[in-house]
Design a protein around this ligand. Structure first.
Ligand code: CP3
Length: 349
């Protein structure tokens, strides 16, 4: 195994003090990079995901072009519902579309808990190839969607601002919802363990729609499954839980034993720290739309963000994915400002 030359992210997640704050950006691979947009013209989305050489190339682009301290494997959270037997389409400029969503208990009969090597082996191959090409430059992050966020797409059948169809399913057929969530959880644990075997140094769980639920429903339909996933992984790999908007449950999320918690820009870092306690690293929380500001404004605001997180382990990141229309030099300014920041050191171990 090649030794990592830049392990800032790993040390920060372990709660160790580092010479500077590590930085990466959610959804950094793809979306806004001109070289990615060229590849998009040649191959369909799932072709890009399923061809390890392409996935590896896209994964490494932001490391070479933007200078981030970690790579995140190019794939999608929806490869899991696909592997469980659902058809998933990606419609240009509209997003995901699942033509036969889950509506009743009968529909669960169409789903399977797959052999992950057989159905998702291409992701593992992409991770192995990326590790080889990275050659120890930076750590590699693997990921999966949280069961609740995957249920949202599997039941709603497409993106939504409210996912009320998915919520209605949970509230009217809770028994079926829990069966589905458990099937997704079992698949996800096997899938993420496969990613770790293939070389992922860190695993992030994306609960993009966790913030749509009340604190009680978040515990019931989301966190109880995230907890199982973290418990299954945390002794073999570093883990980050990002449940967008679910700041009310930061203490409970910290108690899962995850090494890092992602937060968005709607909570002050100091408040998040109070809620999460001082054991866990916090990741975030720059408003992605702020990367559309003039570069001097970006620099000033990133510095203010770093000040607000200082004193405790922090992974600089956006509070959600980078937007497709962010100019490349603005993304670079974000990363460079973090790298130039005079680190005030970490107070706790
Ligand atoms: O971080 C990375 O850059 C790695 C790749 C990655 C993708 N999707 C590639 C992608 C990751 C980590 C994801 C996660 C993902 N996918 C999430 C969770 C994170 C978040 O942003 O909330 C969600 C909810 C999805 C589902 C999904 N996939 C949507 C809503 C869309 C369409 C719109 C969009 O770009 O978000 C996708 C398609 C998708 N996944 C694209 C990319 C680069 C765009 C399609 C294209 O480029 O052709």
């Amino acid at each position: 195994m090649t030794k990592l030359r830049n392990d800032l992210l790993l040390r920060t997640l372990r709660g160790e003090s580092t010479e500077r704050t590590p930085v990466w950006m959610m959804r950094q691979a793809g979306r806004y990079l001109p070289d990615y947009i060229k590849l998009r013209k040649q191959y369909s989305f799932f072709e890009r995901c399923q061809t390890p050489e392409l996935a590896a190339e896209i994964t490494i682009q932001p490391v070479e072009q933007i200078g981030v301290d970690a790579a995140i494997i190019f794939s999608d959270i929806l490869v899991v519902p696909q592997a469980m037997g659902m058809e998933v389409q990606l419609i240009e400029s509209k997003g995901p579309f699942l033509p036969e969503p889950i509506k009743t208990a009968n529909d669960l009969e169409r789903l399977l808990i797959p052999d992950v090597e057989e159905r998702l082996g291409y992701v593992f191959q992409a991770l192995r190839l990326t590790k080889k090409h990275l050659d120890g430059r930076v750590p590699l992050i693997g990921f999966a969607g949280a069961p609740w966020t995957l249920l949202c797409y599997m039941v709603q059948g497409q993106g939504s601002k409210t996912f009320d169809g998915a919520k209605a399913f949970c509230y009217t057929q809770p028994h079926t919802a829990h069966r589905l969530l458990q099937m997704i959880t079992d698949t996800t644990i096997a899938y993420l363990k496969g990613q770790v075997r293939a070389g992922a140094d860190v695993i992030q769980i994306f609960d993009s729609w966790g913030g749509l639920l009340s604190p009680e429903d978040f515990e019931n339909f989301s966190l109880s499954y995230i907890r199982q996933i973290v418990a299954a992984l945390k002794d073999e790999v570093l883990t980050i839980v990002f449940a967008k908007g679910a700041w009310h449950s930061l203490a409970e999320m910290a108690a899962t034993g995850a090494h890092g918690l992602g937060i968005d820009w709607c909570i002050r870092p100091q408040v998040a720290r109070q809620m999460a306690g001082d054991k866990v690293a916090l990741q975030g929380n720059f408003d992605p739309a702020k990367l559309l500001s003039p570069i001097p404004v970006i620099k000033k605001e990133v510095t203010a963000m770093l000040d607000a997180f200082s004193g405790y382990p922090h992974v600089a990141n956006l509070g959600h994915g980078i937007l497709p229309d962010v100019p490349v030099d603005h993304a670079k300014a974000f990363v460079e400002t973090v790298k130039e920041y005079k680190h005030k050191g970490v107070l706790i171990k």
